[in-house]
Design a protein around this ligand. Structure first.
Ligand code: N01
Length: 856
């Protein structure tokens, strides 16, 4: 006989408990299925010495019921496992949840019955379960990684897994103990085991970054902040990137002096919070250079603490940036290696050969021990879900086949092909990168709201579409590009498991942004879901919820809040003043070797230029650069961050020209100045410290127009040799009928109305077909090689592509970079739009290659 319920919930940890509570409140029948014999989830199993949370208890707690918060007081800043388990038992009792949970019960199989529109679950204990909705609340770190070390079964003494620790505890007094693994579990357990054991040998394969937890009572300031406005604090947490309201720094590492960086580092180190260091400066965990400074300071702390230099060096992580792998919080971890009874074995120098009857044999020695502790981690994020085997969706599809190349989900909540299955904190959701308590509440609320909403609408099935899921995978990957997680081999990427597909599994775009996206899916008529009723009728608003790059999306959202006036309504002078003011708020560009200003003769009088010289010894190849601004706005320094970036990445000298602007100087002033400037730079390359010979010409937007026109003029009139042209989102034509003008007419910074305004100020309609205004209409043969960069959400996209296609048709060597998810302005926003890094690198490589090919 089946047990029939509306919803089956697998797991009775934080997620399962809150789910059962909400489902019951909603009047749905539900059963919890839990392998353990009590509630607690990860806090039920991980009872090793030293186990604590690494998110402060002021944050690591349920927030759905203020009365619950009043009823419970945490005793420490970071609670121990017994206290967290006691809290979860308290929650289960308070809401009388145990009566809905079948303990000591593992879900063995799960099968979708398309006719009944129900899931059928096989269980290890008791009746099978038939449910309309099936929710895996089984945790991200709950399936232990099998010990994969040869000989593990041969050891004569006891072995322990940190994640399956005996309930009665273990007494290591007088014992020689080995600990294998130095992740969070190992790093928490090692100091306590060292205090008890007669001797401890730690077998470390990869050192981790760890910072002192400085545990104690919850800090008074944190408690006061919370108590002053608890509801407001919790709400800010829900919309914050990591589920904890914390200040984010505005300053980048290169804007701070060494002393300022040191001061911030020490403050972060003494904060006793993981976020204390990752927010030391704006690029601490998003940029390799900003991170290297931080990582080295942490290594300095390790060297200062550990007295034996060789041990200290072995403990210093060198193979991954801080934060790319989950950093640890510890209590006396590094000090432990100064104890006479502790030895570190560096498995990079002497790998484990086998475990023997009496201990561990490495490539260099035998270490005899009485007990072995495996702190070797988990089959993270997917392990517990795939442990339900088989999990069979619509048409017989198996989850392990669907995920053979890595997990694919929509929002980390659902899987195409698996109707009415929900995952709590599944792969593709912020989960382990956020405060789990807050992440879980968001997921549970979203799931229960969908189920109740469907009940009201008479719907019985919900399933993600393939389109939505593929779009989500792309967005998750785009977000990954904003972080350094891709640079480390970790359980985040599946790299800790032999044979597991690789890829960053959690959503790195931030919890607040993610919450907004989940809400958007609902407000856009359940975008990307197919909903059905009992008669087989379905509705589906198919599509991708996020098509912009994640940082572009955030930028546009922030700009929308500012409610800025339309540029074209301001008049040229006010628009100029406005853009100068706006520029002042952006990050200063990174240092280059030298920046100098000068003047050169233009077509109608002197023009200012700014010269960016690399820090490397010259002479350097030369790029003449024309700035953006619709022929109306900007100057030789207005694209400063982009010019610095091009200079640094290409190792070339960049000369940015302040060509004349409209409406004071209308067409063809800008074009003629472009030609004059290139000719002058070509003739004076050596004088300004550049390498004489062919130049590269580059330009962005209207500057791209000037660059393209200049190349045509130089071909026709001579006066310089051009090795190549870089055209970033160039204006190439005056035709407003191309699709990108209607698709991206507004909402993406540069608008169609602005382009009309720019054209009107610059060039009368009668002149617009002149190739000096619309280079697409000119003769294109014999032009220098080009890289044309276009952005997907730019009104100018299609004319850029048209120009590249026309160049190719005319026999010009041309490559295109079509930047997906970017807007007209995003690639120039260095250090703001991080996802533009790849495109900026490609542009720099291209100009360098143009120049080098000509030299050879
Ligand atoms: O597991 P891990 P964990 N031979 O995978 C090593 C959360 N957590 O249980 O890196 C030798 O991080 C492995 O070496 P390597 C937290 O999110 C939170 O410690 O693969 N060594 C590594 O050193 C955390 O990140 C809390 O080279 C082997 C270690 O074992 C996550 O859980 C507390 C090996 C495994 O580290 C996982 O942490 C605890 C082998 N064959 C955990 N196989 C808090 O809240 C593996 N290793 C504080």
């Amino acid at each position: 006989m089946n047990q029939d319920v509306d919803v089956a919930v697998v797991g009775a940890g934080f997620s399962g408990l809150y789910l059962l509570h909400r489902l019951r409140q909603a009047g749905l029948s539900a059963i919890g299925l839990e392998t353990g014999d009590d509630v607690g989830g990860t806090w039920y199993w991980n009872r090793y010495p030293g186990a604590r949370c690494d998110v402060p208890t002021t944050d690591y707690t349920f927030s759905f019921d203020p009365a619950l918060e009043d009823a419970w007081t945490w005793s420490e800043k970071y609670a121990t496992q017994p206290e967290i388990l006691a809290y979860l038992r308290f929650v289960a009792d308070r809401y009388d949840l145990r009566r809905s949970i079948r303990f000591a019960t593992t879900v063995t199989t799960a099968t979708w019955d398309d006719t009944a529109q129900r899931w059928q679950l096989g269980t290890s204990n008791g009746a099978p379960v038939s449910c309309r909705f099936y929710v895996m609340a089984s945790g991200c770190l709950s399936a232990p990684k099998p010990p994969e070390i040869e000989g593990a079964r041969d050891f004569a003494g006891p072995t322990y897994l940190t994640s399956r620790w005996p309930h009665e505890g273990v007494d290591f007094t007088g014992k020689r103990v080995a600990v294998i693994g130095t992740g969070s579990s190992g790093i928490q357990a090692i100091p306590l085991i060292a205090q008890q054991a007669s001797h401890l040998t730690v077998f470390q394969r990869t050192p981790n970054f760890s910072i002192p937890a400085l545990n104690g009572p919850a800090p008074a300031a944190a408690v006061a902040t919370l108590e002053r406005d608890r509801a407001g604090y919790r709400e800010r947490a829900r919309w914050s990137p990591v589920g904890m309201p914390r200040q984010r720094p505005a300053e980048y590492s290169w804007q701070l002096s060494e002393a300022e960086r040191r001061e911030r580092f020490e403050r972060g180190w003494m904060s006793g919070e993981l976020g204390g260091l990752s927010t030391a400066w704006a690029d601490a965990v998003s940029d390799v250079d900003g991170n290297a400074l931080l990582s080295e300071m942490i290594r300095g702390k390790i060297r200062d603490t550990v007295t034996d230099p060789a041990t200290a060096e072995a403990l210093c992580p060198q193979d991954h940036p801080f934060g790319s792998k989950r950093p640890c919080l510890d209590t006396g971890y590094y000090d432990t290696y100064n104890r006479p009874n502790v030895k570190l074995v560096d498995l990079r120098r002497e790998p484990i050969a086998t475990i023997t009857r009496s201990g561990i044999r490495t490539a260099k020695a035998d270490y005899d021990v009485d007990a072995i502790v495996f702190a070797t981690g988990f089959d993270a994020m997917t392990g517990a879900m795939l442990a339900v085997h088989p999990m069979t969706g619509r048409g017989g599809i198996k989850l392990d086949d669907a995920w053979a190349d890595g997990p694919k989900t929509y929002l980390g909540l659902t899987v195409a092909g698996f109707p009415n299955l929900f995952l709590v904190t599944g792969p593709g959701s912020p989960s382990v990168l956020a405060n789990m308590a807050v992440a879980i509440e968001q997921h549970v609320d979203w799931i229960v709201d969908r189920i109740t909403g469907m009940r009201e609408a008479g719907q019985t099935t919900i399933e993600a579409t393939e389109t939505a899921q593929a779009g989500w995978s792309r967005h998750v990957a785009d977000c990954t590009g904003l972080t350094l997680h891709r640079l480390a081999n970790t359980w985040y990427t599946g790299a800790n498991m032999r044979g597991k597909a690789r890829g960053v599994m959690p959503y790195t775009g931030g919890l607040g942004a993610y919450r907004g996206i989940c809400d958007e899916v609902v407000s856009r008529d359940m975008l990307g879901f197919r909903l059905g009723d009992a008669s087989g009728n379905t509705t589906c608003n198919d599509g991708e919820v996020v098509r912009l790059q994640p940082d572009v999306r955030l930028l546009l959202a922030e700009m929308a809040k500012l409610n800025l006036p339309a540029m074209e309504s301001l008049g040229a002078d006010a628009a100029r003043a406005f853009t100068i003011q706006a520029r002042a708020s952006r990050p200063a560009g990174r240092p280059v070797g030298e920046i100098t200003d000068g003047t050169l003769p233009g077509a109608g009088g002197p023009l200012r230029y700014r010269l960016y010289r690399p820090a490397t010894p010259g002479p350097h190849g030369v790029v003449v650069y024309f700035h953006a601004g619709g022929w109306v706005l900007g100057s030789h320094d207005s694209d400063d961050p982009l010019c610095r970036d091009l200079c640094r990445r290409s190792d070339m000298l960049v000369v940015s020209i302040d060509y004349r602007h409209a409406p004071e100087h209308r067409f063809p002033a800008a074009a003629e100045d472009g030609y004059a400037a290139v000719r002058w730079v070509a003739q004076h390359a050596a004088q300004i410290g550049g390498r004489p010979g062919p130049l590269v010409v580059a330009g962005y937007s209207a500057g791209g127009n000037v660059a393209a026109v200049t190349c045509q003029l130089v071909r026709d009139r001579g006066g310089a040799e051009i090795a190549g042209q870089l055209l970033l989102c160039p204006v190439t034509d005056h035709d407003f009928t191309r699709p990108s003008y209607s698709e991206n007419a507004q909402g993406y910074h540069l608008t169609k109305a602005m382009m009309h305004w720019f054209w009107d100020l610059y060039c009368s309609p009668a002149d617009r077909s002149d190739p000096r205004a619309s280079p697409l209409r000119g003769e294109l043969t014999g032009l220098p090689p080009a890289l044309v960069v276009t952005c997907e959400f730019d009104p100018l996209r299609d004319e850029g592509i048209a120009y590249a296609d026309a160049l190719a048709a005319a026999g010009v060597e041309v490559s295109q970079l079509q930047a997906r998810g970017h807007i007209h302005t995003s690639l120039a926003m260095v250090d703001v739009i991080i996802t533009g890094v790849g495109a900026r690198e490609r542009m720099a490589q291209a100009i360098r290659r143009f120049a080098e090919r000509k030299i050879r």
